[in-house]
Design a protein around this ligand. Sequence first.
Ligand code: PLP
Length: 414
Amino acid sequence: MDTTTFPNLTVGATITVEDYEAILTVLRSEQSLNRGKSINDFENAFATYINSGNAIATSSCTGALKISYQALGLLSPSKTVIIPINTFWNTVAPLVEANVNIEICDVEKDQLLVNTEQLESICRKKRVDGVVITDFGGHPNNYNELLNLRTKYGFYLITDAAHAVGSSYDSKKVGSLSDVTCFSFSTLKNMVTLGEGGMLTTDDSRIANMALKLRESWSTGAQIEHPSLYEEEFENLRTEEQNKLKFLRPGDSLKYSMPEIHNIGTNYKMTTIQAAVGITQLSRLEHNNELRKNISEYYVKQLQGSGCRVITPIENSKSSWHLFNILLPNRDLKKQLELLEIINRITKQDNVNRYWPVVDFPPIKPLVAKNSPKKYKNYTEIYFGRMVSLPINPKLDVNHCQMISSAVIDKLKQ
Ligand SMILES: Cc1ncc(COP(=O)(O)O)c(C=O)c1O
C-alpha cells in the first residue's frame, strides 16, 4: 500500500491562490486589521448564503456560543439548558462556568442526533430555558420536531453547527432555523479562516445587536449618564470650553455616557485578513461539500456488505459531510482502536476527524455518571467500541478512499 501520496489533512478545506490574494489585498490596502471592510463583507455574504437576517463573525465557534448564551440571558444558575450527550466540550463550557442547571439528553440510535422523545420528557418535568443541539458530523437534527417542541415549551433553540456549514433541512440552510446558530471555521472544518474563526447567525436583530456588543468588549445595558469621579478637581482645572470636549478618555469630561453593566463582553473579534479569506472560502464551500458528498457515496458503495453501518443524514436533509462515521457491527473496543490506528497510519496523521464528546469533560462526567447507562442507553451502546470516523477531506482522491475502505473491510473480516 503506497501511502506516500496521502495529502495533508490538518486543514479541512482547500487553500488556493484566491486565499493568498485575499490576504495580500487586505495587507496592501492598509485597512484596519481588526475592523476592516472585509469583516462586514464576509458577514453580509454569509447572511445571504444562509438566508439569515444577521451574521456576526467571531474568533471561534466557542466565542460565538458564549455570546449567544449571554445574549439570550441563559448564563445564570436560575436557568436550565438541555444539551445533547454527544456535543463538544467547548459547547458546554460557558454553561458550566456560569453554573447553569444542565440537563443532558440522550441521542437517537440512527444518526446520534438529539433524542426528541427524551427531550420532551425533560421539558414536561421542568421549565427549560434553552436547548442546545449539535448537527453532528454535519447531519441536521430533526428541526421539524424541535421547532414544534420549541413552540410548545417556549425555550430558545441554539444550534452548534460547528460541523454543519452548508447543511440544510427541508431546503432551508442550517443557520436559518434556530434562534441562534454558531459555526466554526477552525482548521479541520469544511471552510477555514486561517486556523480559527466562527460565525453566529440569527434572525432576531435584538439578539444580534447584543451579540455585536458582547463580541467587542462592550456590555449590553442601556447608556446612562455618569458624573465624573473627579468632578470637583475638573471644575477647578478646566475651562467651560474644555469641558464640552469629549475627545479624551471618558473620565476626562465632566459628564460622560457609559453603558450600564448587565453583561460583560470580551474580545471575540475576527481579524480582517481572516474575514477576507472567509469570503473566498465561502465561494468554494458548495463545491467542496459536493466533493465530500461524492467521497461519502464512494465509501457507502465500497463498504456495502462489510457488516458496518454508515451514519447517513435523515430524510429531508442535506449534510455538509463534515464527518463520515461508521458503526462496527458489534461493540469491540479493541477493533475500534486498531482501526483508528490503521487509519492514522495510512493518512500519516493523528486525530484526523476524531471527535471528543462532552461525556469525558470533567465537569460533566459526574452528571452523566449519575444516570448512565440507563438514561443514555443509545449513546452508551453505540458510541463506545463501535464508532469510527473515516477521512472525508475534499483533497482525497479515489485511490486514497480505496486504501481507506479496503483497510476497513480487511479489519472487519478479522
Ligand atoms: C461540535 C463542535 N462544537 C464546537 C466546536 C468548537 O469550535 P471552535 O474550535 O471554532 O471554537 C467544535 C470544534 O471542533 C465542535 O466540533
